[in-house]
Design a binder for this molecule. Structure first.
Ligand code: GLN
Length: 381
C-alpha cells in the first residue's frame, strides 16, 4: 500500500547501518558505527546466565527491576552527590536511544521548538519531527565544537520547549565545561524549558576532566531528562539497555509513553546488572582504558595524511583531510571503505543542512590490532 503522507519524508536509513553494511560487503575494517570489537566481561555474561537459570525470565516491573534502580541511585549519589528516589525518578529502558525518543515524545507538542546543536547524533531530529515539533539548529563551531550561548539566547522563543545536550559529544568528543553549565543555568532560569541530556558516554571522559552531568545540579536536574546506556559502559552495545533519570512529574509522563511502547526491559540483564554495577572499578577504570585507545590511535594516525582534532571523551575522534582533498565527506567515506578497506562516518551525516568541513569520524574503541590494520590501510591514501 502506498503511504500517502510520510511522517518523516526526508529520513533515509541511518548512516551507521549504511556504513556497517558497506564495511561488511567490502570486508573493510569498521571504524564507523560506534561499538567495541573486543569481548565484554565474562563475569557479567555469567550473571545473566545465572539469572535466567534462577527463573528471572518473565516481565520485569515496567519501571525497571527495583534492585537495579536502587544500585543506580547509589552510584549517582556516590559520583554526583545527588539523592535520587529510584521509585519515582529512574526508569530502565531498552537502550539510550529509546530513552531519548521516549522523553521527547512525552513532552513535545506540535509546533514546539527544540534547540539542537549541529553536528549531533542522528536520531535527534527525526525524533523531534515525528512528534510534530520543530528543530532549531545551532551550529557548533568547527574545529573546537563549543556552544555559542549567545546564539542559543537569540534562538529562544515562547515556543522553546527543550534544549538537547550531549556530553561527551558524539561525533566530536567535545565535553561540557563549567562555563557551559553557568550559561545553561542563566539561559533556562525562570523559563519552562526542559533539558534532554544525552550522557551515554558518561564514563568515557579523558585527560582528568570531570563529567559535568546534569545529575550534579539540582536546579538543572529538576527540568532534565538524563539518558544513559549500559552498552557503552560494559562493551555490549547489542544488549540495548539503558536508563533515564528525571524529576517525578516529568518521569510520570515518560512512563505513560514507555508503558504502551516497550512496557518493560529485558529481565535477566537487569538482574545481572543490579549486582555487577556495585563493582565500581569496572566503570571507574573505563575512562583511562578508552583514553589509552585514543592515544594509541592518535600515535598511529601520524603515519597518515589526516590531521586529527581534539577528543576529550566518547568513542570518537574526528580526522580532517581539508589540506589534501576537496572531496565531499560522504564520497570520501564511501571511497575509503571500497578502495582502502576502512569504514568511517562522514560528519556531514550529523547535520541537517549541507555542511561539509572535510572531517570524518573514527571510532577508536577497538582492539589494538584492529586500529593497526586500519591505519596501515589509511597510510596508503
Ligand atoms: N551510537 C552509535 C554511533 O554513534 C551507533 C548507534 C546506532 O547505530 N544506532 O555510532
Amino acid at each position: 500500500m502506498r503511504i500517502p503522507y510520510s511522517k518523516l519524508p526526508a529520513t533515509g536509513t541511518t548512516i551507521f547501518t549504511v556504513m556497517s553494511a558497506l564495511a561488511k560487503e567490502y570486508k573493510a575494517v569498521n571504524l564507523g558505527q560506534g561499538f567495541p570489537d573486543f569481548p565484554m566481561n565474562e563475569m557479567l555474561i555469567a550473571r545473566v546466565n545465572e539469572a535466567m537459570r534462577a527463573g528471572y525470565n518473565q516481565y520485569a516491573h515496567m519501571h525497571g527491576y527495583m534492585p537495579l534502580r536502587e544500585t543506580i541511585a547509589e552510584k549517582i549519589e556516590d559520583l554526583y552527590g545527588t539523592q535520587i528516589d529510584p521509585e519515582t525518578k529512574i526508569t530502565i529502558t531498552p537502550g539510550g536511544t529509546y530513552a531519548i525518543y521516549t522523553a521527547l515524545t512525552a513532552v513535545l507538542h506540535p509546533g514546539d521548538e527544540v534547540i539542537v546543536f549541529q553536528p549531533g547524533y542522528d536520531s535527534y531530529i527525526p525524533n523531534i519531527l515525528v512528534n510534530g515539533a520543530r528543530p532549531v539548529l545551532i551550529p557548533l563551531q568547527h574545529p573546537g565544537y563549543s556552544i555559542d550561548w549567545e546564539m542559543v539566547r537569540r534562538s529562544l522563543t515562547p515556543r522553546t520547549r527543550m534544549i538537547m545536550l550531549n556530553s561527551p559529544h558524539n561525533p566530536t568528543g567535545a565535553v561540557l565545561r563549567k562555563e557551559d553549565i553557568r550559561e545553561l543555568r542563566s539561559v533556562v532560569k525562570g523559563t519552562d524549558i526542559f533539558i534532554l541530556s544525552d550522557e551515554v558516554y558518561e564514563h568515557l571522559v579523558f585527560d582528568g576532566m570531570p563529567h559535568l552531568s546534569m545529575l550534579r545540579y539540582p536546579d538543572l536536574l529538576e527540568r532534565s531528562f538524563v539518558c544513559f546506556s549500559f552498552g557503552k559502559i560494559y562493551h555490549c552495545t547489542g544488549w540495548k539497555i539503558g536508563y533515564c533519570v528525571a524529576p517525578p512529574e516529568a518521569m510520570n509522563e515518560f512512563r505513560k509513553v514507555h508503558q504502551y511502547n516497550c512496557f518493560s526491559t529485558d529481565t535477566p540483564k537487569q538482574v545481572a546488572l543490579a549486582s555487577f554495577l556495585k563493582e565500581k572499578d569496572q566503570y571507574l577504570s573505563l575512562g583511562s582504558f578508552v583514553q589509552n585507545k585514543r592515544d594509541y590511535f592518535l600515535q598511529l594516525m601520524k603515519d597518515t595524511r589526516f590531521s586529527m582534532l581534539a577528543s576529550h571523551g566518547s568513542y570518537f575522534i574526528l580526522g580532517s583531510y581539508e589540506h589534501f582533498s576537496e572531496e565531499p565527506e560522504r564520497d570520501m567515506a564511501l571511497r575509503l571503505t571500497r578502495e582502502y578497506g576502512v569504514a568511517t562516518i562522514p560528519v556531514s551525516a550529523f547535520y541537517q543542512d549541507p555542511v561539509d568541513n572535510k572531517v570524518l569520524r573514527f571510532c577508536f574503541c577497538k582492539k589494538d590490532e584492529t586500529l593497526e590494520r586500519a591505519v596501515e590501510r589509511l597510510s596508503k591514501l
